[in-house]
Design a protein around this ligand. Structure first.
Ligand code: FES
Length: 66
């Protein structure tokens, strides 16, 4: 599911960012360049949801390396 339509960011992208250590609102905004380039900023207003998804991703075991 898309969490940011302007930049085409999915929940999966955010989980992966969480696994890579992006867990704070500032880190996520910076990584995904939210509120830049004339984007609507809707997802940045709901950044706490992205943080929750990233934290979930960080706590999940990584299955890609098996
Ligand atoms: S939905 Fe993310 S910037 Fe518009």
């Amino acid at each position: 599911m898309y969490v940011c339509l302007c930049n085409g960011i999915t929940e999966s992208d955010v989980r992966e960012a969480g696994r890579a250590g992006c867990l704070t609102p500032c880190q996520l905004k910076s990584k995904f360049r939210l509120k830049q380039n004339g984007c609507c900023g809707r997802c940045a207003k709901n950044i706490h949801q992205l943080v929750d998804i990233a934290v979930q991703g960080a706590s999940e075991p990584c299955t890609a390396e098996r």
